[in-house]
Design a protein around this ligand. Structure first.
Ligand code: FES
Ligand SMILES: [Fe+2]
Length: 393
């Protein structure tokens, strides 16, 4: 079945992992932030279509992305999801070790005294893939010669919004990271993320925080008043707020929208998520600066934390959903924030979405499946599907 703009994906697109691989080789995809790996030797591992990678903060301050496989007998070098490694990367299998900043082989015990001078040793290194940092956010591309032009454009669009946070300058820490293998097609997770028409029925808790009008671009008198109050406040403080909806660059949407009045952060009770403010804010602001990146992420900056969510395919009917909560580096767990309270909104909301995405995936696997049309308020689903088709052919 052929793809029709304005409708969902045909099943042969949804489950085509070669097409997914082409997109992830042509375009940059989100893999976390500097807040996930804030200090030298910090790492975060992730998986794409059966290949495993690591983000590694080098001793020179540069964050790189290497394939998480040893050049000796292909064992996984880093086994944990996140953490801090030794002064060099040591494979747990036979203790070959690698330089943090280059991935070059440093030592290979038991290979004999002359091995390190050999051509084989010279070639035996960790494989590096392209990584690009934009406003402290990290984007990878499976193509070794990825073109950074696209990401430079994204940087110029989001810069006015993200500059006050200075995530790229450090000063943050990873309060919590959570990942789970989701029994759903990754494109279904993205389509679900790109509309809020399901929110009223499925995210009762989330509706205490914000009006779904803010997401869908729909208007109501109550929301118009909230937004007008917010705009007045943000303009007085010199904060960018105008929505950029996949127009200047088709990979990013950025918007600032109001939370419920007197809400201090993205928490179910409206109380602060952390007691250390970030982003240059002098006081809590009932707003979120939100960004949606094609093909795989959505992030929310508030005045006390940054929450990131990103998805990558494992195979046609499963993917990994990664979530991180980033706070001020001086925030102390148990004093300034409680992990359960900080993470609750997205843990609960993501679980509600996973159930829907699993249901949609099962449906698309049915012999009766045919793509249905998107509603006018699902315009970002159409944008996503058109984008995916355009960059995967
Ligand atoms: S597989 Fe890594 S040292 Fe042998
Ligand atoms: Fe949802």
């Amino acid at each position: 079945m052929a793809y029709t703009s304005g409708f969902g994906f045909p099943s042969d697109v949804l489950f085509d992992m070669e097409r997914a691989s082409r997109v992830l080789s042509n375009k940059w995809f989100f893999v976390g932030t500097r807040g996930d790996v804030p200090a030298p030797r910090d790492f975060l591992t992730f998986e794409v279509l059966g290949d495993e990678f690591m983000l590694l903060h080098g001793s020179d301050g540069v964050i790189r992305c290497f394939v998480n496989r040893c050049a000796h007998q292909s064992a996984r070098v880093l086994k944990q999801e996140t953490g801090t490694c030794a002064a060099s990367l040591v494979c747990p299998n036979h203790q070959w070790s690698y330089h943090l900043n280059s991935g070059a082989l440093r030592a290979a015990p038991m290979m004999g005294r002359t091995f390190m001078e050999s051509d084989v040793a010279e070639r035996s290194r960790l494989t590096e893939i392209s990584l690009h940092e934009v406003a402290g956010m990290l984007f990878a591309c499976l193509d070794h010669d990825a073109d950074p032009t696209d990401m430079n454009e994204v940087g110029s669009i989001i810069g006015p919004y993200t500059d006050p946070f200075a995530l790229e300058a450090g000063g943050y820490k990873l309060a919590h990271h959570h990942r789970e293998v989701v029994p759903a097609n990754w494109l279904m997770v993205m389509i679900n993320n790109r509309e809020c028409c399901h929110c009223r029925q499925n995210h009762r808790g989330l509706l205490d925080l914000f009006d779904p009008s803010s997401f869908n671009g729909a208007t109501s008198a109550a929301y118009d008043t909230m937004m007008a109050d917010g705009i007045g406040r943000w303009e007085a403080l010199g904060r960018a707020w105008q929505e950029q909806a996949f127009t200047a660059n088709d990979s990013v949407r950025v918007a600032r929208y109001p939370l419920a009045e007197s809400w201090k952060s993205i928490t179910f009770d409206g109380e602060p998520a952390s007691h250390k403010l970030i982003g240059g804010w002098d006081d809590y602001d009932a707003s979120t600066l939100s960004m949606w990146f094609n093909p795989n992420a959505w992030v929310h900056f508030t005045s006390d934390h940054i929450a990131t969510n990103w998805v990558l395919p494992i195979d046609g009917d499963s993917c990994t959903l990664y979530s991180s909560w980033i706070v001020h580096e001086d925030a102390v767990e148990g004093v300034d924030y409680d992990v359960g309270h900080l993470t609750e909104v997205w843990r609960v909301t993501n679980a509600e979405d996973v159930e829907l995405c699993n249901s949609m995936t099962r449906g698309a696997q049915s012999s009766y499946y045919a793509p249905g049309p998107f509603a006018p308020d699902e315009q970002f689903c159409t944008q996503f599907c058109d984008w995916y088709m355009r960059h995967s052919d």
